[in-house]
Design a protein around this ligand. Structure first.
Ligand SMILES: NC(=O)c1ccc[n+]([C@@H]2O[C@H](COP(=O)([O-])OP(=O)(O)OC[C@H]3O[C@@H](n4cnc5c(N)ncnc54)[C@H](OP(=O)(O)O)[C@@H]3O)[C@@H](O)[C@H]2O)c1
Length: 241
């Protein structure tokens, strides 16, 4: 992926801002989603930002002036189709874990809720859908996590958005509030590895968030409707400003 220099990025940002577009974010209460929300607002790339989630977030201060919130029941998402209407860009950072939601719950959230949201977004006029998937996504895998992530990537691509960007980060580095012992251990080890090979296996959530916003402002490559953004590209895109 060609990464713009700061001057080029600035020009893309100005051109994008002039379009006065709106976006929605799914999963803005999560680790990646909350960094994404701050990045979107700080860069002032959208005139309106809608958070779609199962609960209302306590957002106070002038930074959040352009934000509105839609509380939805993901089991009855068609009833909230209006929330998905009129957004040029849709960001999806939804996800859970098998440990938290069980195997069925994980499939429901990470595949079915994401697919249904993407369908409503497409029907509502969304032109660019941006999905946070994972480095390990593989629909042919015998393991549940990579298999479901691979399946959801395929389902979202099949909807035929004008542009669809799939981010495939490695292990997310952040100060997670919730306890996930295995992930915590992995993160500690990877934190050390990251000093030597910073772009190999992990990526900070702030970097993912900036990469998502930077990519959205950049014009799509001629003729390319789907782009897979791998971990090294996320690092490259997410460190320019
Ligand atoms: N953890 C990693 O190292 C890693 C690595 C690569 C890729 N990923 C993927 O990256 C994405 C973002 O990960 P993250 O760690 O930033 O996520 P996270 O912190 O766990 O946040 C997940 C978001 O999904 C929402 N959500 C979860 N269960 C839900 C349900 N049943 N109904 C409605 N909303 C629900 C949460 O809402 P509430 O706040 O209301 O719960 C939250 O907004 C996920 O798809 C994940 O699989 C993660």
């Amino acid at each position: 992926m060609a990464v713009p220099n700061p001057e080029e990025l600035k020009a893309f940002r100005m051109a994008f801002q002039e379009k006065n577009q709106s976006c929605f974010i799914l999963g803005a209460s999560g680790e990646t989603g909350k960094e994404l929300l701050v990045e979107v607002l700080q860069q002032q790339v959208f005139s309106r930002v809608t958070l779609i989630g199962r609960r209302k977030l306590n957002l106070q201060g002038p930074l959040y002036a352009s934000v509105s919130q839609e509380v939805v029941d993901f089991e009855k998402l068609d009833e909230s189709a209006a929330a998905f209407q009129g957004h040029a860009v849709g960001f999806c950072c939804l996800g859970t874990t098998r440990a938290k939601a069980g195997a069925e719950g994980f499939v429901r959230v990470d595949r079915d809720y994401v697919e249904h949201s993407a369908q409503l977004a497409k029907a509502g006029g969304c032109r660019h859908f941006v999905l946070v998937s994972t480095k390990s996504a593989d629909k042919t895998s015998g393991f549940l996590y990579p298999k479901i992530k691979g399946e959801v990537e395929e389902k979202v691509q099949a909807l035929g958005f004008e542009r669809c960007s799939i981010f495939r980060p490695g292990v997310l580095l952040c100060d997670r509030q919730e306890t996930r012992p295995l992930e915590w251990m992995t993160r500690k080890v990877l934190g050390v590895v990251a000093h030597v090979f910073p772009t190999a296996l992990s990526v900070p959530t702030v970097t993912v968030a900036r990469a998502m916003v930077n990519l959205v402002m950049m014009p799509a490559k001629e003729g390319q409707k789907v782009e897979l953004v791998e971990n090294a590209a996320i690092h490259a895109l997410g460190t320019i400003k």
